[in-house]
Design a protein around this ligand. Structure first.
Ligand code: FES
Length: 338
């Protein structure tokens, strides 16, 4: 997921050809028009087209691939005004264990620099509902921010439960509380402890759609607390892949590429993505961890062994699509629309 092309330190990418990793084959070049601190360890970037052109439309829950001048690619949720067609906003948390992406954004990226952009894509869409409960942990507020605005616009009955380490580390809390008052429940851990999920989720309310984004332990706790709710009400988005059980089968299986007219054997040591590429079929990928959704492929027949961190249970049960980078097969044969 990290490209090799490097722009020398201090050099702007303006006038250079941005690296084009496999995930961003159709990358659009954007300009960083503003960079501002939003909270401790969080900066917001405003991105615009260098020629002032319109940007692709997007919906709440969408993310983009950000291709940095050094070739590093990361996914970030769009958290600005979806009705402004000329501007995107993303917020970037400086990860203590940064592999380079967030450190580059915080330390080196400057207004005027150019970046590549793939997407937008949305694997965390806001389904129509009269009631929503949004639960954010830390930087997980970013995909939920446009959802909150959308829910308000549609006149839905909604609440936001927003937890973070400290008040100073929680981006957009002022903006949210100023706009929406007591619909927003800000819970800094050092002042108020952890989110009281038992109180909020203890009684199933099937008419309420629950959206959650944040660190893995929060997502796990919300999934546990919603265990007695209908499975379709909870939607989560993970920035880090969820732990998966062992694959259903440890033997080879066949994958038919129906449109290409080829069948490949996927051995236990290669991914479906790799096997398909070896057969000469190009499939875009980005995270290769089952979190970004780039490699989504329709399944025409067979039963996938879903190992992604994106699909809800009822979507998995439909067996009509899979993420080739991580998912495998329960059946002897899968037929893909490739
Ligand atoms: Fe990200 Fe497959 S490449 S889900």
């Amino acid at each position: 997921m990290v490209g090799n092309s490097v722009v020398p330190d201090g050099a702007s990418a303006v006038g250079t050809v941005l690296p084009t990793p496999s995930n961003a084959a159709n990358a659009v070049t954007l300009e960083v028009s503003a960079k501002e601190p939003m909270a401790e360890g969080v900066v917001a970037l405003t991105l615009t087209h260098p020629a002032g052109a319109r940007l692709p439309d997007w919906t709440p829950g969408s993310h983009i691939d950000l291709v940095l001048p050094d070739g590093t690619t990361r996914q970030y949720s769009l958290c600005g005004d979806r009705w402004d067609p000329y501007t995107y906003r993303i917020a970037v948390l400086r990860e203590p264990a940064s592999r380079g992406g967030s450190a580059y954004v915080h330390e080196r990226l400057r207004p005027g620099d150019r970046v590549g952009m793939g997407g937008p894509r949305n694997h965390f869409p806001l389904v129509p509902s009269e009631k929503y409960l949004f639960i954010a942990g830390g930087i997980g507020i970013t995909p939920l921010l446009p959802m909150v605005h959308q829910a308000e616009l549609l006149g839905a009955d909604w609440q936001l439960l927003y937890g973070g380490r400290t008040r100073a580390s929680m981006a957009f809390q002022d903006e949210l509380t100023a706009a929406y008052g007591d619909r927003v429940h800000v819970v800094p851990q050092d002042e108020l402890g952890l989110l009281d999920l038992a109180a909020w989720l203890g009684t199933p309310r099937p008419e309420t759609n629950v959206y959650c984004c944040g660190p893995g332990p929060l997502l796990g706790a919300v999934e546990t607390a919603c265990a007695s709710w209908p499975s379709y009400v909870l939607r989560t988005e993970r920035f880090i892949a969820a732990a998966q059980a062992a694959p259903v089968r440890d033997t080879s299986f066949e994958v038919e590429l129906r449109r290409t007219g080829r069948t490949v054997t996927v051995t236990p040591d290669v991914s479906v993505l790799e096997a398909v590429r070896r057969a000469g079929v190009d499939v875009l990928s980005s995270c290769e961890q089952g979190t970004c959704g780039t490699c989504l492929t329709p399944v025409l027949d067979g039963r996938p062994d879903h190992r992604d961190s994106i699909l809800a249970d009822h979507e998995r049960a439909a067996s009509d699509c899979m993420f080739l980078c991580v998912s495998r097969s329960c059946s002897d044969r899968l037929v893909l629309d490739l």
